[in-house]
Design a protein around this ligand. Structure first.
Ligand code: HEC
Length: 150
């Protein structure tokens, strides 16, 4: 009795972890992958977009608020890519993503690399540095969209 109760508790605890793991590796349906990556890009847009009025001088520079957005951006920027696996064509993703995997990976790397200077600027509290890094990151978003998004 005790043993089986223990076993079912263990299972109950492990199940969500297993599910999360499976979900990360392979989405149930292509649609799930499309929704996941689009959702991730929406969050990326929200936290990257929050920097725009700051670098344009439309709102006062608040170092803590900027750093909070950049740190979330760093985290969320790891998410979309695993949702472009084989058989997940769709959404506004161009087929070139699957035909030119190296090119798509290079565009990801350019973007992810651009977050280093952005994060450094946010940590340093240097608005001029932030403006430049923001422009570079924005250019890497656009470069990927120009090649890989409809
Ligand atoms: C390496 C390529 C790549 C980079 C870098 C990239 N994106 Fe995208 N983005 C895509 C692709 C591909 C889609 C289309 C996804 C789909 O519809 O399945 C997309 C979609 C989007 C969408 C629409 C999501 C929706 O709801 O349909 C937004 C907003 C977006 N990206 C913002 C950004 C921003 C902001 C950045 C930079 C901070 C960025 N992206 C960087 C490839 C990229």
């Amino acid at each position: 009795m005790k043993k089986s109760a223990f076993a079912s508790i263990t299972l109950a605890l492990a199940a969500p972890l297993l599910a999360a793991n499976v979900h990360a590796q392979a989405f149930g349906k292509a649609d799930d992958a499309v929704q996941y990556r689009q959702g991730a890009f929406q969050i990326i847009k929200a936290h990257f977009g929050a920097l725009q009025p700051v670098v344009k001088g439309q709102v006062a520079y608040d170092q803590a608020a900027v750093l909070a957005d950049v740190e979330i951006l760093d985290q969320v920027s790891n998410l979309p890519w695993k949702a472009f696996g084989p058989g997940t064509e769709g959404g506004k993703a161009r087929d070139d993503i699957w035909l030119d995997e190296e090119g798509f990976k290079a565009a990801q790397k350019k973007y992810l690399d651009s977050l280093g200077p952005l994060t450094a600027a946010a940590k340093a509290g240097n608005l001029d540095q932030l403006k430049k890094a923001f422009a570079d990151t924005g250019a890497s978003c656009k470069a990927c969209h120009d090649s890989f998004r409809d």
